[in-house]
Design a protein around this ligand. Structure first.
Ligand SMILES: [Zn+2]
Length: 387
C-alpha cells in the first residue's frame, strides 16, 4: 500500500522515498510513499522526475501507485519532484469544479453526475434536460464571487456513517476524505485542491450543450480562463479589423453583410436569367430547323459550370420546337433539354443512351442530366444522341 502524501499536502512537490518494488524491467517503480497523483476521479496524473528519469505516467493499481518512467533508475531510495505547473493547474480546475457544482446545485438544484478534466478544458454533466443561457451566466458570476471571497478549502478524514452535509452521498464505506469549501460545500474526494478559493483564479464557462438526457457544461479556471478570454478577444478583434469597427459592432455588421449578400445573389440570378435568354435567342437564330421543323443545338466542350448550362438549356427550350444537347468534359456531364412541342422526351432519350454507354442520371421530359465515367463514354453518348 502506497502512502499518498498528496492526501494531506497538495503543495508538496519534493520528497524522498524507499523503493518497495520494480516491474517492467525497472521502468515501473513502486515507492513506500509518493507525492505523485495517479490518474483517478477524472483528474489526470502528475508528471515530474524520479531519480534522474522523467515520470511519464502515474497509475493507480488497487492501493498501490505505479510510477511509469521513461528509463529505469537504480537505487533503494529515490528523490521525487512533481511538475508544479501541471499539478497546480489541475488543482485549480478540480477545486473550481467543486465550487461550480456547488453553486449550480445551490442556485438551480442541478446535480453534477459526472466530471471530465481535459487538457484544453474540462466539463461537468448536470442532471437536467436544459440549462438557460441566463442560468449559465448567473452560475459563472456567483462562482467568481466565491473565488474573490477567498474562502478556505480544507481536507478532513471522516467516517462515512457520521459525515454530514455532503453534496453527494458517498459511494463507499469506511473513512472518507472530505474536501470542504468554507460555508459552501462538502464533498468526498481523493483529488488535489487549492487551499483557498482565491487560488482558483477566474472561472469561465465558454458554453454548454445537451448530451442525451443531461447538459454538459464546459469550464476553465485560472490561467486557462485568462488564455481563453484573450484568444476570444483576439479573434473578435481580427474579425472586426476589416470593418475598421470595434468588435461590439460585429453583430450589426454581419447582419448587414448577410442582407447585402442576399440582395446581390438575387440580382445576379436575374442577370444570369437575362443573359441566358439573350444567348438562347442568338443560338436559336443560328440553328437551322431540321426537316420536321425542330432546331437541335449541340454545345460541346463548354467550360461553363453545369448550372449555367442548365439555365441556358431552359431558356433555349422555352422557345418553340427546340432541343439542346450540352456536354462538359471535366467532369464528363451531359444535358438533354427539349421544349414541350419538340416531340422529344429528354429523360427517356438520356436513359436510353446511358443504358447503352454506361453512366447514371435522370430528370424530367423537359430537362435531364447524366454523368459518365470517361471522355470515350461521353463521345459515344453524344454520338448516339445527335445521330
Ligand atoms: Zn475534488
Amino acid at each position: 500500500m502506497t502512502e499518498r502524501l498528496y492526501y494531506v499536502d497538495s503543495y508538496l512537490t519534493e520528497f524522498e522515498a524507499a523503493v518497495v518494488d520494480r516491474a517492467d524491467g525497472g521502468r515501473r517503480v513502486y515507492l513506500e510513499r509518493t507525492a505523485f497523483y495517479p490518474t483517478s476521479g477524472g483528474q489526470p496524473h502528475d508528471t515530474g522526475r524520479l531519480g534522474d528519469s522523467a515520470v511519464v505516467d502515474v497509475v493507480e493499481e488497487g492501493d498501490r501507485i505505479a510510477h511509469v518512467l521513461a528509463a529505469p533508475v537504480a537505487g533503494a531510495r529515490l528523490a521525487g519532484r512533481v511538475d508544479w505547473g501541471r499539478r497546480f493547474d489541475h488543482m485549480q480546475q478540480h477545486t473550481g469544479q467543486h465550487l461550480l457544482s456547488a453553486v449550480l446545485a445551490q442556485l438551480f438544484g442541478f446535480a453534477t453526475v459526472s466530471v471530465h478534466f481535459g487538457a484544453e478544458s474540462s466539463t461537468l454533466d448536470l442532471d437536467t434536460a436544459a440549462v438557460g443561457a441566463e442560468q449559465i451566466e448567473r452560475a459563472e458570476f456567483r462562482a467568481n464571487e466565491v473565488v474573490w471571497e477567498n474562502r478556505a478549502v480544507s481536507v478532513s478524514f471522516e467516517a462515512a456513517g457520521s459525515a454530514t452535509g455532503l453534496r453527494k452521498a458517498p459511494a463507499r464505506e469506511g473513512l472518507l476524505r472530505i474536501v470542504t469549501i468554507g460555508g459552501l460545500d462538502r464533498s468526498a474526494c481523493g483529488g488535489t485542491h487549492v487551499r483557498a478559493t482565491g487560488e482558483i483564479g477566474p472561472i469561465l464557462i465558454p458554453g454548454s450543450a445537451r448530451i442525451r438526457t443531461s447538459v454538459r457544461v464546459e469550464f476553465l479556471c485560472g490561467a486557462r480562463a485568462v488564455r481563453r478570454a484573450r484568444a476570444d478577444r483576439t479573434l473578435l478583434s481580427r474579425l472586426a479589423l476589416p470593418f475598421s469597427a470595434p468588435p461590439e459592432a460585429l453583430p450589426a455588421l454581419v447582419a448587414a453583410l448577410r442582407a447585402e449578400r442576399d440582395e446581390a445573389a438575387a440580382a445576379r440570378r436575374e442577370l444570369e436569367g437575362n443573359l441566358a435568354r439573350f444567348r438562347a435567342a442568338e443560338l436559336y437564330q443560328a440553328t437551322a430547323p431540321d426537316r420536321v421543323g425542330v432546331r437541335r443545338a449541340v454545345l460541346r466542350g463548354s467550360r461553363e459550370p453545369i448550372d449555367a448550362l442548365r439555365t441556358l438549356a431552359q431558356a433555349f427550350t422555352a422557345l418553340s420546337r427546340a432541343v439542346l444537347i450540352a456536354a462538359t468534359d471535366s467532369p464528363p456531364v451531359l444535358l438533354v433539354a427539349a421544349s414541350a412541342d419538340a416531340g422529344v422526351d429528354a429523360a427517356a432519350a438520356l436513359k436510353t443512351v446511358l443504358a447503352r454507354v454506361g453512366g447514371r442520371g435522370g430528370g424530367t421530359a423537359r430537362l435531364a442530366q447524366g454523368s459518365v465515367g470517361s471522355p470515350e463514354q461521353l463521345e459515344a453518348a453524344l454520338a448516339a444522341l445527335t445521330a
